[in-house]
Design a protein around this ligand. Structure first.
Ligand code: AMP
Length: 377
């Protein structure tokens, strides 16, 4: 067990790193952040900020010497950097499990091995695979880059072979995955933590709505039958145990019209759809990340109140930022801003949680406050 007073490290200084850092410092740990951006959200609140590339040998050596344990806030951290750190201190999640989440093909292949349902998929290593992949999957389908896709970026809908050839060219002929397009009833996610002792704790399921490929709101508890929740938790358990995962992990699922639950993707870190836990659960996902990393018993994940999380994107910033007064006059609203100086369309600037006695009331509060801030419905 790594107890308060020790120094922890996080690779990546974005909002997830910031919320990890804040949680760890509240619990009495010191935190070192590695991020090349001098104004990074996590760097602002850390005990120390190493401003260097993620592959910088000297920065990694210093981090490994100072920290008892290191985690990551994003999956595209170079696996080699985690390996270098792992020679000096405890690293969780393990580099091999982060590597699985970096590649959609590997991720879906492992999920199938662990007995999870997925959309039909086929590898498109290069243009020579297009016809074969189309014959396996057929249309309608989505062509997704295997690596570095996020928030709906790096993917295109294709309805015939000509579309597929054009989409592959548009995606610069990088290795891709062709995936059958499914009729979605809704999307849900589950955030879980697993510690080195193999103990698993689930946060309540979130029901997620996206806009232009970016998470817009999460509704908790998700309005799905218990059988759906059980399928999702069962698959997430098989993935976490199959990978021998240690840390916080999010797993996204599709719920189909016939009630089937299909694995979509995993993130080896806390997740945007778990931000509701900051105000609505006994333990939040970042405190849980600290606990899992430090080998502490996992915290109570009980939901204390229905909640809707609303993302705040740079789109509504204008020159002076949103009118926070119209939001903060609601006692049930909890605002979280990430300290990003520059707002850009699609950039996640913050979020707020709407707490209410019922999920319906939380949805209504979210709708009213979104309208007041000028967020498009
Ligand atoms: P992803 O980056 O894979 O999470 O995809 C972004 C969004 O595209 C998802 O949240 C879904 O709304 C949609 N999507 C992705 N894959 C599929 C699929 N196979 N069938 C239908 N919709 C999908």
């Amino acid at each position: 067990m790594i107890l308060p007073g020790a120094t922890l490290g996080v690779l990546g200084g974005g909002q997830l790193g910031r919320m990890f850092t804040l949680a760890a410092r509240v619990m009495g740990y010191r935190v070192v952040v590695l991020d090349p951006d001098p104004h990074s959200p996590a760097g602002q609140v850390a005990d120390a900020h190493l401003k260097a590339p993620y592959t910088d040998a000297i920065a990694l050596m210093r981090m490994g010497e100072v920290c008892r344990a290191v985690t990551t806030e994003f999956e595209n951290v170079p696996a080699r950097s985690l390996e270098v750190l792992a020679q000096r201190c405890f690293v969780a999640p393990a580099p091999e499990t982060v590597a699985v989440a970096q590649d959609r093909l590997l991720e879906k292949t492992r999920a199938v091995e662990f007995g999870c349902a997925t959309a039909p998929f086929a590898n498109v290593e290069d243009e020579g695979d297009l016809v074969h992949a189309w014959s396996l999957v057929g249309g309608p389908a989505l062509l997704k880059t295997r690596r570095l896709g996020y928030d709906g970026k790096g993917q295109a809908r294709v309805d015939n072979l000509d579309d597929l050839v054009a989409a592959h060219e548009h995606l610069r002929r990088v290795p891709c995955l062709l995936e059958g397009f499914l009729p979605l009833d809704r999307e849900i996610s589950v955030v879980l933590a697993r510690n080195a002792q193999g103990e698993i704790a689930f946060f309540p399921l979130a029901e997620n709505r996206h806009r232009h490929g970016i998470l817009d709101i999460s509704i908790v508890p998700a309005r799905v039958p218990e059988a759906v929740a059980e399928q999702a938790r069962g698959m997430a358990t098989r993935i976490a145990e199959g990978l021998g995962y240690v840390g916080v992990m999010a797993v996204e699922f599709f719920v189909l019209a016939d009630g089937r639950v299909v694995f979509n993707e995993m993130a080896p870190r806390p997740h945007n759809s778990g931000h509701y836990t900051l105000d609505a659960c006994a333990t939040d996902q970042f405190q849980q990340q600290v606990r899992a990393l430090c080998g502490l018993p996992l915290g109570d994940t009980r939901l204390l109140t229905p909640v809707v999380m609303v993302n705040l994107l740079g789109d509504i910033w204008g020159e002076h930022g949103p009118d926070w007064a119209v939001l903060l006059r609601h006692p049930g609203v909890q605002l979280h801003l990430y300290g990003k100086a520059e707002a850009r369309p699609g950039r996640k600037m913050g979020h707020y949680n709407c707490l209410a006695p019922s999920v319906e009331a939380a949805v209504t509060l979210a709708e009213e406050t979104r309208a007041a801030l000028g967020i498009a419905a």
